[in-house]
Design a protein around this ligand. Structure first.
Ligand SMILES: [Zn+2]
Length: 190
């Protein structure tokens, strides 16, 4: 321990949140808003707090992989703020009886060239942009770009935000273990 994975939650075998680390509420308030505070998540299924079918599938696959291998899985992800690129890592560690420990760490952050705001758009067809929940990039057609990239400058709605549908991009999906050929420990893929 002592590796910087300070923000942690624990799931039981049926993916209910059974415990969080002391630092959880600070992290949740910064990243997910007060709906993710411990008093609200205690005993609840994790899936109430994860939106988007592909994002759920991504996380479900990694949880399953950690449990099946009885080892751990680690993946980089992004948890950006409007002004900062925040490079995070998530580590899922298998514990007794199907329980898992999910650890989060901020690896580094850097300022954006310009601030970027997003507006979730739930109705498919009403938005031409997608945003990857894992790497934070914005997709138009088959191309995925950093949200402050020059080619996306023209996108914002009158509100000043980029309207997006959340999902997981193809490159991030390709980083999933396939459950057949991946060795139990795949940390070197990070
Ligand atoms: Zn991605």
């Amino acid at each position: 321990m002592g590796t910087g994975f300070a923000t942690v939650y624990w799931l039981d075998a049926s993916d209910h949140v059974v415990r969080v680390s002391d630092s959880w509420d600070t992290f949740a308030l910064t990243n997910g808003g007060e709906t993710c505070c411990w008093e609200r998540v205690r005993g609840r299924p994790l899936w109430e707090f994860v939106s988007g079918d592909t994002t759920r599938m991504w996380l479900r696959t990694l949880l399953g992989h950690a449990r099946m291998s009885r080892g751990e899985v680690e993946r980089p992800y992004r948890c950006d703020s409007p002004d900062e690129r925040r490079h995070m890592a998530m580590r899922i560690v298998s514990e007794e009886h199907g329980a898992v420990r999910v650890e989060h760490a901020l690896l580094r952050s850097e300022p954006r060239d310009r601030p970027v705001h997003f507006e979730p758009h739930l109705r498919v067809g009403g938005a031409s942009s997608r945003r990857c929940s894992i790497c934070g990039r914005v997709g138009r057609g088959s191309r995925w770009s950093e949200p402050d990239a020059d080619e996306l400058r023209a996108l914002p709605e009158p509100s000043g935000a980029i309207r997006v549908i959340y999902g997981v991009c193809e490159p991030c999906l390709r980083m999933l273990p396939d459950g057949r050929s991946t060795p139990p420990t795949d940390r070197k893929r990070l």
